[in-house]
Design a protein around this ligand. Structure first.
Ligand code: C2E
Ligand code: CA
Ligand code: CA
Length: 565
């Protein structure tokens, strides 16, 4: 771009004269050589060779029509069909009136009639053609993504709107294509490899819109937008499209996902159509089996519901619609189970939707960061409850859930320490559960946070152990105080030998790390017995109790019994 601007500000420009007659070449040269660097070719073949070699410095081609080997029309056609060479403007030199129209139709910028007119007129035509072409290149460069040559997002939306108007709102589909785990590919194989992939994908998408009509853009680093005429059978079409790219890339490391918003004739704004396609694309992010999905009414309603929950959140906090339930954990090491602690689990008592379970809003709030507010609220409620129990002579430690998002809060330790202090409780009574997948997603950040928390006296329980991808190596260096097995293993422990063995292995790991093992989701006597045999320390689950309100838990604790076994 900079180079183009400098050239535009009156620096050197090179003009190629292609003519087999030396007298003609000299005449033109005499008119132009004081203004331009003039180079020559005696026929189309020689010219093509020169053009390819000096394509980045050539400002204009003056092209004779009749030449041996490759004539003016032939060369012009080659230039226009080549992506890189078609940017160089061509002025045809001709003595035939009819040839003028044909030249312009073939993409010439202008023509100069032979015999040549006054030098001033020719110079003016040359100057004009160069200026026009340079302006066009500058415009093209601003509207295009440098790496892939596709449109950039703003121009893409603008042109899509124009396309709709010009085509009388012909049905068009909006596609968002994203590359799975692109940041990892970039990290593992380097940026230039990543760039090369993006270019190749960009070129496949370019071919697709050339073939079917439409527009394409690179909307951010590894995301592409495609606006193409609606196909009756989009599924087949998409499958064809995906396999086309995969074949072209021939790289097994790469896979894609595509979200589609199908034109339903409702005349939705272009930006919104792509937001919806993007939503679908994000929705299938963690799926190993789905590589494309079409926006549906169901997803639309889900989106509206999520939006409603996000909007209602602040008010719900103020009105205390979130209530904390407590689920007991029993130590099974002695002859009878003993209530050792409880887990705080939030529920939303929504005035319109009734009781909403946390699975419906936790992930949503993690996506937009609202979880930080909610977690802080729950921690405060839990600390307040610990204090109340303490006042009643009950010592019941409470585990609270700490979202992966909280780990990025630089004030986390301060917030928790402040809660402890204000309620006059100690850090042994407010335990922190952090899910294992948070460790594998961003291990260093979590490890740092966890270490800091432990330095400040907090106890950490690793939640959902077995659901993430922690390496043994990481586990050994990990500062934790308890392992909580993922419920999935417990669910099938009785019927699935593999799961039973896995639980055994996980309990061995806990022994190695010298931390107690908690099994949650225990519902039946059979599960309980197997876990007891394997040496599990603590049990949580419907077998003993569902999560219950604080007052019910108080009654349970005062009675001092778990289920008799
Ligand atoms: P989690 O931390 O793994 O919590 C255990 C979930 O298993 C709870 O679901 C609990 O009610 C359920 N559960 C307990 N025993 C059994 C059983 O025997 N059988 C079955 N089928 N389920 C059992 P819940 O309360 O719906 O919570 C779901 C998830 O929501 C939690 O999973 C946790 O990840 C998240 N969550 C809940 N409260 C909070 C919170 O305050 N903050 C954050 N960040 N996350 C929370
Ligand atoms: Ca938990
Ligand atoms: Ca869990």
């Amino acid at each position: 771009m900079q180079e183009l601007l400098e050239r535009k500000q009156g620096l050197h420009r090179t003009v190629l004269i292609v003519d087999d007659e030396s007298i003609e070449r000299e005449m033109l040269s005499a008119m132009l050589s004081d203004l331009y660097d003039v180079i020559y070719a005696t026929n189309g073949i020689v010219a093509l060779d020169i053009i390819k070699k000096s394509k980045s410095t050539l400002s204009l081609i003056l092209l004779d029509l009749h030449m041996p080997k490759l004539d003016g029309y032939g060369l012009l056609k080659i230039l226009r069909s080549n992506n890189e060479l078609c940017r160089i403007p061509v002025i045809m030199l001709t003595s035939e009136k009819e040839a003028e129209v044909t030249s312009l139709q073939l993409g010439a910028a202008d023509f100069i009639s032979k015999p040549y007119e006054a030098p001033d007129v020719i110079r003016a035509r040359v100057k004009h053609a160069i200026e026009l072409a340079e302006d066009r290149i500058i415009i093209l460069d601003t509207e295009r993504d440098e790496l892939t040559g596709l449109l950039n997002k703003d121009f893409f939306f603008e042109y899509a709107r124009m396309l709709n108007t010009q085509n009388n709102n012909m049905p068009m589909d909006s596609l968002v294509l994203d590359i799975n785990r692109f940041h990892i590919i970039n990290e593992l194989y380097g940026r230039s490899y990543g760039d090369m992939l993006l270019k190749k994908i960009g070129s496949c998408i370019h071919d697709l819109v050339c073939q079917f009509g439409g527009l394409a853009c690179r909307s951010n680093s590894n995301c592409f937008g495609i606006y193409i005429p609606h196909f009756e059978n989009d599924i087949d079409q998409l499958q064809h499209f995906i396999s086309m790219i995969e074949k072209n890339l021939d790289d097994r490391k790469i896979s894609f996902r595509i979200g589609v918003y199908t034109d339903d004739g409702s005349g939705l704004e272009i930006e919104q159509r792509f937001e919806r396609a993007g939503l679908v694309c994000r929705n299938i992010k963690n799926s190993y089996t789905t590589c494309f999905e079409v926006y549906s009414e169901e997803l639309h309603n889900k989106e509206l519901y999520s939006e409603r929950l996000v909007n209602d959140m602040d008010n719900a906090l103020a009105e205390k619609q979130f209530r904390v339930f407590y689920q007991p954990k029993y130590s099974i090491k002695g002859s009878t189970p003993v209530l050792t602690s409880v887990e705080a689990l939030v529920r939303w008592f929504h005035p319109e939707y009734g009781v909403i379970p946390p699975d419906e809003f936790i992930t949503l709030f993690e996506e937009n960061g609202l979880i930080r507010k909610l977690d802080k609220y729950v921690w405060n409620e839990a600390a307040d409850q610990i204090k109340r129990w303490k006042d009643e002579g009950l010592n019941i430690p409470v585990s609270v859930n700490v979202s992966r998002v909280d780990a990025f809060n630089p004030l986390l330790v301060e917030i928790l320490s402040d809660i402890i202090k204000r309620n006059g409780i100690d850090n042994n009574s407010l335990l922190l559960e952090i899910t294992e997948s948070a460790y594998s997603d961003n291990s260093q950040q979590i490890i740092n946070t966890v270490m800091l928390l432990r330095e400040n006296g907090f106890k950490i329980e690793m939640d959902d152990f077995g659901s993430g991808y922690s390496s043994l190596n990481m586990l050994c260096s990990l500062p934790i105080d308890a392992l909580k097995l993922d419920m999935e293993f417990i669910r099938n422990i009785c019927d699935n030998k593999k799961n039973y063995r896995m639980v055994g292995i996980m309990i061995d790991i806990a022994r190695l790390l010298e931390v107690p093992v908690i099994a949650e989701g225990v519902e039946t006597k059979e599960q309980f017995d197997l876990l007891e045999n394997l040496g599990c320390d603590i049990i949580q689950g419907y077998y003993f109790s569902k999560p219950i309100p604080a007052d019910d838990l108080t009654v349970l604790a005062k009675a001092g019994v778990g289920r008799s076994v």
